[in-house]
Design a binder for this molecule. Sequence first.
Ligand code: ATP
Ligand code: MG
Length: 350
Amino acid sequence: MRQTLLLLPGDGIGPEVVAQARRIAEALVPDVQIEEGLVGGASFDAHGTPLTDETLERARKASAVLLGAVGGPKWNGVGRDKRPEAGLLALRKGLDVFANLRPAFCFPALVEASSLKKDRVEGLDIMIVRELTGGVYFGQPRGIDEQGGLRRGYDTAVYTHPEIERVARVAFEIARGRDARVTSVEKSNVMESGLFWRQEVTLAHAELGGGVELSHMYADACAMELVRAPKQFDVILADNLFGDILSDEAAMLTGSIGMLPSASLGAPGVPGLYEPVHGSAPDIAGQGIANPCAAILSLEMALRWSLGKEKAADTLFAAVGKALDRGARTRDLGGDLTTRQMADAILAAL
Ligand code: ATP
Ligand code: MG
């Protein structure tokens, strides 16, 4: 059966950058069938909801989903459950993608643009695997109420055995294709759920971690080490909360937000959801100047992790590096290429 890639361009610069990823997919993997659908504000405008059942069904049946970005000031007044962002959350939940992959790497040509000293980022290549559907963001009970005359707000940090095991499995698998080192991060010194996380990751490693070296680090120490000596890390495995914070921190080590892709993976056989780390960037939408690299590198991750086209993924990654080596730069990288011209440079390097 033919593989399908469902494009959900979304809002703001989403359609601009996804259009360029589409051109590259058509050139690089012509055998993959490409479909398009609406999500976010675009879907709300057309159907009154940020994600229709029909689009979710199409996403479930696809081999992979490549999303642009959702949201923008136009939909600020819309009710909470109809907001563009609610469409993205419904999509993540509907696909049950529990492992969020955020690479932090620096293309050689962009080392100078990094926020860190050259020797700290040259050759930097980290993959953060963040648990996406559990932990303190979802645990019950939670709320704001009054007890014994005291107003209080509270959340519950809870993880179950299967939740930790399945995300640890993803981290070990990814590490095997890299430097085979996983650093698991928690606060087992002060949190029961953190202690449980450490125990469960250790058990999962004994069973599923063959060939992978596992170490543990407290989340605060990891935040510090990421700035002090980021190259010590290969794969960082973290829960939802710490993964959220550490992946943003790691991302900013490397330069422009316009360069960073992400993947969200579920159980084997479930389509992965791929999207740039950046948002809809309303301030530059419609001008044709957005950097398409994050979307194009999200396509690269889709080729690698959902479509089984590792060779095409390697080729695409190398082409992005080559285009940058040749000086191709959008405005955010200090150049003056348009979105389309940046993609042209990558196509030429392909
Ligand atoms: P969201 O809430 O959707 O994350 P945001 O405003 O927090 O939105 P972005 O939409 O990512 O974040 O924009 C942050 C800044 O980065 C903006 O100034 C935007 O113009 C810039 N930016 C984001 N993506 C790109 C891109 N692909 N190319 C160039 N600049 C970008
Ligand atoms: Mg943001």
